[in-house]
Design a binder for this molecule. Structure first.
Ligand SMILES: C[S@@+](CC[C@H](N)C(=O)[O-])C[C@H]1O[C@@H](n2cnc3c(N)ncnc32)[C@H](O)[C@@H]1O
Ligand SMILES: [Zn+2]
Length: 292
């Protein structure tokens, strides 16, 4: 008998229910009937029909909608992001990586690829505040744990994760140090000035996606043994990829229809990918660190 995607995801969640803590009262959670997570004081969260659980205290409408995530998936799985993924995999595989959290995972393709490429038995957990992103992830990549959740108020117990990934997403260092085991690895991918520079040239904007001016210094405030790797390359844009590329990026938010049409007419043949991968090791005894 073939298991439904929901059942596959529910089984993963059931086996790893000890990771969770109630987003309302912070107590432990168990899985009941492979269909809901329930805490010690009876707050109950049903699995969706695709097998993710919504643990965000309230509904959030974000600009990251279904069409953006479809475009993101098309671009991200075209090979465009392979150089960054390779760097992430080789950074993570030097460390223990049995349980990995992707904080701000979007449509889930990075986490799925990374878990696939890592050696050993790896449990991947992806959270994002966007319900559309997590719905896409749970549908497309069964066998991982997917949850709508706020990375500033993570619904997980202290000291449970061997590694946390944070790719193109905001960070919450109080939460990340709380969740990581002592010695666990934090890995952040931040865009540099060359990232999508061909699009920036058209949209004349400098909407960097960094959540702070000096992310290396920020990581070093919270983690030991910080190291960085710059990953820069150009990717040939196959026909049909420019439209989803324009659609997937916050760079074009607010651009007029005319501007987008103008960009679509440009014969951009290759696009630049430029990231710094920052990693750091969690200190001992940081489990009670306050959320910033
Ligand atoms: C630029 S996207 C990156 C998504 C994915 N990591 C990728 O590289 O394709 C930023 C993501 O951060 C998510 N995000 C923003 N604030 C968040 C929060 N407080 N908690 C969880 N996710 C958040 C957004 O919903 C969005 O999916
Ligand atoms: Zn509770």
């Amino acid at each position: 008998m073939t298991l439904s995607k929901k059942m596959i995801n529910a089984q993963m969640m059931d086996c790893n229910a000890d990771l969770f803590r109630c987003p309302v009262c912070l107590s432990e959670m168990t899985m009941v009937d492979k269909s809901r997570l329930v805490c010690m004081t009876n707050h109950s969260f049903d699995l969706s029909k695709n097998g993710y659980v919504n643990l965000a205290p309230q509904a959030h409408v974000t600009k990251y909608d279904q069409s953006l995530f479809e475009a993101r998936k098309t671009v991200m799985t075209s090979g465009f992001f392979d150089g960054v993924l390779e760097a992430l995999v080789s950074t993570v595989e030097t460390h223990a990586h049995a349980v990995i959290l992707d904080a701000g995972c979007g449509e889930g393709s990075h986490l799925s690829t990374i878990v696939e490429r890592l050696t050993g038995d790896v449990t991947g957990v992806g959270i994002d505040l966007s319900k559309e992103g997590i719905t896409a992830a749970a549908k497309e990549y069964p066998g991982l744990i997917w949850s709508v959740a706020d990375l500033a108020n993570c619904p997980f117990q202290n000291d449970k994760f061997d590694a946390i990934l944070n790719v193109l997403s905001p960070a919450n260092y109080g939460e990340f140090t709380r969740l990581l085991k002592p010695g666990g690895l934090f890995v952040k991918a931040v865009p540099e000035s060359g990232y999508l520079k061909e699009l920036r040239a058209i949209f004349y904007e400098d909407k960097g996606q960094k959540d702070d001016a000096d992310p290396v210094a920020r990581v070093a405030e919270h983690f030991d043994a910080v190291s960085t790797e710059r990953v820069t390359y150009t990717f040939p844009l196959a026909e049909g990829l420019l439209a989803p590329l324009i659609q997937m990026t916050p760079l074009t938010w607010g651009a007029s229809a005319d501007k987008i049409e103008e960009a679509l007419q440009m014969a951009i043949s290759e696009i630049t990918i430029d990231f710094t991968i920052i990693s750091g090791v969690n200190r001992e005894g940081t489990g009670q660190c306050l959320v910033e």
